[in-house]
Design a protein around this ligand. Structure first.
Ligand SMILES: Cc1ncc(COP(=O)(O)O)c(C=O)c1O
Length: 424
């Protein structure tokens, strides 16, 4: 029998344990879990799915249909190569398509991280995501997007049906629904910028969540002064509800104001969230749409003098390995020593909104809870979409996966730094 090639605890990411012995463990946030999250157990059915991937294992349980009867022989597309569009010149080369073919059954491929076929993509699968796509996104996230996450072991990821779904799952994880007949002292609150993306209020308020707007200026959420974050939390009036333990923020291209939160402001906000024990949900659909030359081009088109060069980031993170990623304003993740940041990413603005595909990045114990929620709700994003996006990203296959190209890092039972620091 072949060994389980997709779960190898001896493999580690570039942000893995070997080079992060000095880092602190992430904090334990179980005290913030909703009642449903506390009582969620792993799906017994999903727990056995991984064994069905082993050649020779006979499936007599789990409700998996015979893949031979899936009514598709192939899934094919003409897709754009990255060089089709040039971000600066606006030139295009539509004559350079990339033909994608997903076969029904790629039995020649034994490596689950490279095997993209309909027999696996259209089957029931692991809640964390389709192995090739999950493996790619996990490595991209840990080694390139957020190489400097400052807690031991680094973050994990779980795939979602987009950021809207990611936020719904975050509410599921952290919010016990509140009714007007419940004590006001238990009413949950959600800190947010003064103006907030409507879908957030649409999701949160029916659960009894009180929206708590923080004063916001042209650089983002204000930290000090009347109505600023410290003021709201330090002078919280408990006759209005429980002091908020959740924040929702969009730090780049904020919807609807377009604000970009500076790194210095992020540091101050993070320090206050750490002091008052607030979980930060960072929703960044527009993060990849940063165009470093945009402000000077805007000034030029308006006949204004060139803007001053922005001061270099004072957060030092290891290089992502890509000049474009290094040029982006850092997220909250390189500041996240506590493991209190839940970051939402999506393919909606980089590929197409109808993909309904994204991912959550957070400390492993939180991702484990997101997996349990996913098992019981969406199960996983659509197999058609996961297969097509896998092919777009991974094709042609990596000649030899790097050691960090694994689905999981060490996953001991949640091991946390002792003692949280709530300012109660
Ligand atoms: C701030 C913000 N979050 C999330 C979304 C929706 O993301 P998704 O399509 O991944 O659900 C949008 C879409 O406009 C948005 O502006």
């Amino acid at each position: 029998m072949a060994s389980l090639s997709y779960r190898d605890d001896s493999r580690q990411g570039a942000g893995g344990l070997s080079d992060d012995d000095d880092k602190p463990l992430p904090l334990d946030f179980t005290h913030h879990y909703s009642d449903t999250t506390k009582s969620r157990n792993a799906s017994k059915i999903k727990a056995i799915y991984k064994f069905f991937q082993i050649p020779g294992i006979l499936n007599i349980a789990g409700g998996l249909p015979n893949a031979q009867f899936f009514p598709y022989d192939t899934l094919e597309a003409q897709a754009a190569k990255p060089e089709r569009w040039s971000p600066s010149s606006g030139s295009s080369n539509p004559s350079a398509p990339n033909h994608i073919t997903i076969p029904h059954d790629d039995s020649t491929q034994k490596d689950l991280l490279q095997k993209i076929d309909l027999a696996t993509a259209l089957q029931y699968g692991m809640a964390q995501g389709y192995p090739p796509l999950l493996g790619w996104i996990r490595q991209f996230t840990r080694d390139h997007l957020h190489p400097g996450v400052p807690y031991k072991g680094g973050p994990e990821v779980v795939l979602t049906c987009g950021s809207t779904d990611g936020f719904a799952k975050a509410l599921n994880l952290f919010v016990t629904p509140w009714r007007t007949t419940d004590p006001i002292s238990s009413r949950p609150g959600l800190l947010c910028e003064t103006y907030v993306y409507t879908n957030i209020t649409n999701q949160a308020t029916p659960l009894g969540v009180q929206m708590v707007p923080v004063k916001t200026d042209e650089s983002g959420m204000a930290v000090s002064g009347p109505g600023g974050l410290e003021d709201v939390l330090a002078n919280w009036d408990s006759s209005k509800g429980k002091r908020p333990h959740l924040m929702y923020t969009v730090t780049l291209g904020h919807n609807p104001t377009g604000i970009l939160l500076s790194v210095e402001r992020k540091k101050e906000i993070y320090a206050i969230c750490s002091k008052y024990d607030v979980i930060i949900i960072e929703d960044e659909p527009y993060w990849y749409l940063q165009f470093p030359e945009a402000s000077s081009l805007e000034a030029e088109s308006r006949g204004l003098p060139p803007p001053p060069r922005s001061s270099p980031s004072t957060v030092t993170t290891p290089s992502s390995g890509f000049p474009f990623l290094d040029s982006l304003t850092p997220s909250f993740t390189p500041l996240d020593t506590d493991g209190r940041v839940v970051r939402l990413d999506t393919f909606s603005k980089t590929v197409a909104p109808g993909c309904r595909l994204g991912w959550i990045t957070a400390q492993p114990a939180l991702i484990e809870r997101f997996e349990r929620i996913t098992e019981a709700t969406t199960q996983q994003p659509s197999g058609f979409v996961q297969a097509l996006i896998s092919k777009l990203l991974i094709s042609p296959p990596h000649p030899s996966p790097t050691p960090s190209f694994s689905l999981f890092s060490h996953r001991p039972p949640p091991n946390h730094q002792a003692g949280n620091r709530p300012a109660s």
